[in-house]
Write a protein that binds this ligand. Structure first.
Ligand code: RB5
Length: 155
């Protein structure tokens, strides 16, 4: 993986994603990829929308990438997609991650701490970070349409 200390990555989880978050943090550190951890800090029960909100706001402002982990990756994804500029995708394998970046220019990766093992999660994270959005016109046009929907509905 290309090392890039300028890469802005923010990571957050609820209690169900806490262990996987810690493993992903170690993985990123081992590759010298810097990140900001916005919690949670233990396996004590918390509410996933609180962490989705912090990560989504940070991604919206920084233009970087976010990683959100709950039990399934589903609730985090729903909550994160309520924020402007956020295109969050729950990914269960590396192909999901590649397609989410390439076709959908996803900027928040959602993972399930109870559904995806550590090895696969690392593979998904690596693919998500390494893959660039496709410059092809038809993909850009579709993303513009998503942005138009956001403009109409997120007043
Ligand atoms: C917590 O029990 C669980 O509901 C949460 O982590 C997440 O999976 C929700 O989508």
């Amino acid at each position: 993986m290309k090392e890039n200390s300028d890469m802005k990555i923010v990571i957050g989880s609820d209690h169900a994603g806490y262990e996987l978050k810690e493993a992903i943090k170690k993985h990123l550190s081992s590759k010298k990829i810097s990140f900001k951890d916005i919690g949670t800090d233990s396996s004590e029960s918390t509410d996933y929308p609180d962490y989705a909100k912090s990560v989504a706001l940070y991604v919206g402002k920084s233009g970087g990438l976010g990683i959100l982990i709950c039990g399934t990756g589903l609730g985090m994804c729903m909550a994160a997609n309520k924020f402007r500029e956020v295109r969050a995708a729950t990914c269960r394998d590396a192909n999901d991650a590649r397609m989410a970046r390439e076709h959908n220019n996803a900027n928040v990766l959602c993972l399930g701490g109870r559904t995806t093992d550590e090895g696969k999660a690392k593979e998904i994270v690596d693919t998500f970070i390494q893959t660039k959005a496709s410059p092809v016109d038809r993909h850009r046009k579709r993303l513009d349409k998503i942005a138009e929907i956001e403009e109409e509905n997120f007043k």
